[in-house]
Design a protein around this ligand. Sequence first.
Ligand SMILES: *Cc1c(COP(=O)(O)O)cnc(C)c1O
Length: 380
Amino acid sequence: MNGFAPQIPPLDLLPEIDLLWGEIQSAVSDVIRSGQFVLGPQVRAFESEIAESLSVKHAIACNSGTDALVLGLRALGIGPGDEVITTPFTFYATAEAISLVGAEPVFVDIEPRTFNIDPSQIPAALTPRTKAVVPVHLFGHAADLDPILELSRRHGLTVLEDVAQAFGGRYRGRPLGSIGHAGAFSFYPTKNLGAFGDAGLLATNDDHVAELARKLRTHGSLRRDCNEMIGYNSRLDEIQAAVLRVKLPHVESWNSQRQTAAVTYRRLLADIAGVVPPLVEEYADHVFNQFTVRIIGRNRDAIQKALAQAGIGTNVYYSVPVHRLPVYADHQCHLPVAELAAREVLSLPMGPMLPNAAIGRVADALRAAFAANGEATVAA
Ligand SMILES: *Cc1c(COP(=O)(O)O)cnc(C)c1O
């Protein structure tokens, strides 16, 4: 049908690289010529620029978002015997980090409209072993933090925000990652601020948490031959920091370009009754790491296949909620809202430089797919 139309990938990273190509090249070659490759002046400058942009006291750069979660949990004192409440509708790394520090993830169902953890269901999951909550700001939309923080104060819990998908997003005007006791960021290439490889960062206002995270990042020590604990090698390298510093000043405008693309999607999808666009709560500045719709009244996988045949790349985040993954087979629980979302969600192409024409093609292809996949293909 669209045999000659160009493919539309789920995310095209090249436009932003092209835009900054000269700056990136000179930043990378400066690092190479400096002869300093790990945790040097670029990382330190990146940490202070991030701390300023989030209005937090401390930013500790590390190897990945997963490591940022692990460093954060350990620095907050979470370990074996502890239970940590989190969402089942997230990338596996959120729960994996909790398991990696020896604690037990406890999954609480999500809100149907934002896909984020439902604070009203947290009280029923509390036990004397509950030590922390890890809310995830999924797809770029803030989790509802006020009730979570209020509950945490009452029960003496700590809150670690998983901000991997929401750099630049806000909750009631405040930067995500600066509101809980700490915030864990990922700069994996597909995130709103993306490196040219793996990178992550922990943000906190707590001096003690920051110092512990810095130690843990470098084998449990800040000085040579002074290792105080079992830590990690989770240093960030200078080339990634230099690339991230070139991109950082542009993220805010890239995020508003994503918001503009979302507005266009909403307008063009409005006449397709079975495509439910994402809701934005009044408390959130959504930064649309993903534009994730629900497919209602049709088989989601059939719609995804039809889009692929029209040259449109989409993703299903997530087809299996974390509590249903084989690794957590012993976590017998039924979380109906997350399980339904896993069957209905489809993330459409999104990015700061997504052309309007591409959004139009996606909408047309969805309309055609809905017409072609009649009631016979409705999931049982
Ligand atoms: C990407 C992601 C992570 C992990 O980050 P990495 O940098 O890939 O280790 C954690 N949580 C969520 C919600 C993510 O999307």
